[in-house]
Design a protein around this ligand. Structure first.
Ligand SMILES: Cc1ncc(C[n+]2csc(CCOP(=O)(O)OP(=O)(O)O)c2C)c(N)n1
Length: 361
């Protein structure tokens, strides 16, 4: 925990605080110590199912984009699914999530139906944003899924605002905010973290460090690549996580969510990951900014394969059962595609709905 190169004495203090905490508190709130082996196996299967659904869904997105069914920008999350699956597994239904444009997997893991996500991508009326937002603007108010935002870092203060609203209403919900590592150089990131710490807001700020901001490697854009060290500047806990391991994600998020919920304290977590696809559908997978060798090396740490290997070693999921689970997710994605294809385009008068607060549902 918290060994930032820029952290100095404050980081040391944070580390001491961490080590002083009783062990029970350091564990995830959702991981009852007495969970039986069967319960743990069920949890592993659920996390595997969530990641598989996201993966199969986005493979279909790539296909649909190539066929011209999806217009505009389309950023795939393939390779990063352990972050969404692990995070959503520790949230309560009344918590909040705010995210960037790389949002399909997170929306699905949060419970937005594949039908409504695919319809949104196809620009259809049954989409979760009524077909008017598209890939980068997925919303579901009932699930506390507050976007889907296209401006790098622009949504981080919104998460602070949600945290403030929770506190003002004396609630015990938590707001999780996802963004890429390039966003830590944006002013809004610093403004939001400063206020979140100063006002002790129940937010968890999650950096999804996939090492590239479009085609720019982090080493070319960021003076201190240890991005979690920025937490120290705002007297906040900072942690780095191997985000290809869904249980490492779940543990870290469990601790951060518990801290936000119980003590209304924010945390900054760096999820170390890698995107297996191009920045968006208009970018080649390896491109000119990273080599095919680097891509292939990183693809060996596929979060789905890592979890599947554990389950295979535990003898809790046979290859046949894995195939069945996988086929079920593919069928859900086919159903989503068919549903979206049959959904109507939004009527012209919808141009005037959801513009002013009076007209939002
Ligand atoms: C303020 C702003 N500047 C530039 C862009 C163009 N842009 C879109 S995505 C992106 C890269 C962001 O990278 P990162 O935050 O690491 O997230 P990732 O795409 O890797 O998930 C840029 C520069 C933008 N959308 N907003």
């Amino acid at each position: 925990m918290g060994t930032g190169t820029g952290g100095g004495r404050l980081t040391d203090t944070i580390e001491r605080e961490q080590t002083r905490k009783p062990k029970q508190e350091m564990q995830t709130t959702n991981e009852p110590a007495e969970a039986t082996a069967a319960e743990q196996a069920t949890l592993r299967k659920e996390l595997l199912r969530s990641m598989l659904l996201q993966r199969r869904f986005e493979e279909r997105c790539a296909e649909a984009y190539a066929l011209g069914k999806i217009g505009g920008f389309c950023h795939l999350y393939i390779g990063q699914e352990a972050i969404s699956a692990g995070t959503m597994s520790v949230l309560r239904p009344d918590d909040y999530v705010v995210t960037s444009y790389r949002d399909h997997g997170q929306a699905i893991a949060r419970g937005v139906t594949p039908r409504s996500v695919m319809s949104e991508l196809f620009g259809r009326v049954d989409g979760c944003s009524g077909g008017k937002g598209g890939s980068m603007h997925l919303f579901d108010k009932k699930l506390g899924f507050l976007g889907g935002h296209g401006i790098v870092g622009g949504h981080i203060p919104l998460a602070g605002g949600v945290g403030w609203a929770i506190k003002y209403r004396k609630g015990d919900q938590v707001c999780v905010c996802f963004f890429g590592e390039a966003a830590v150089n944006i002013g809004a990131f610093h403004e939001a973290l400063n206020i979140a710490s100063l006002w002790s807001l129940p937010c968890v700020f999650v950096i999804e460090n996939n090492r590239y901001g479009m085609g720019t490697a982090i080493s070319r854009s960021t003076a201190n690549e240890d991005v979690k060290a920025r937490a120290a500047a705002y007297r906040m806990l900072g942690e780095s996580v191997d985000a290809q391991d869904v249980f490492a994600v779940r543990d870290a998020m469990g601790r951060a969510v518990a801290l936000a919920r119980k003590d209304s304290k924010p945390t900054l977590i760096e999820m170390r990951t890698y995107r297996f696809m191009g920045h968006s559908m208009s970018d080649a997978a390896s491109g000119t900014y990273r080599s095919r060798e680097e891509l292939e090396e990183n693809m060996k740490r596929d979060p789905i394969v890592i979890l599947h290997d554990i389950m295979r070693a535990n003898n809790e999921l046979s290859d046949g059962e894995f195939s069945k689970l996988d086929e079920e997710q593919k069928a859900i994605c086919q159903d989503a595609w068919d549903f979206a294809d049959a959904s109507a385009e939004p009527p012209l008068e919808n141009l005037f709905t959801n513009v002013l607060v009076e007209s939002t549902s």
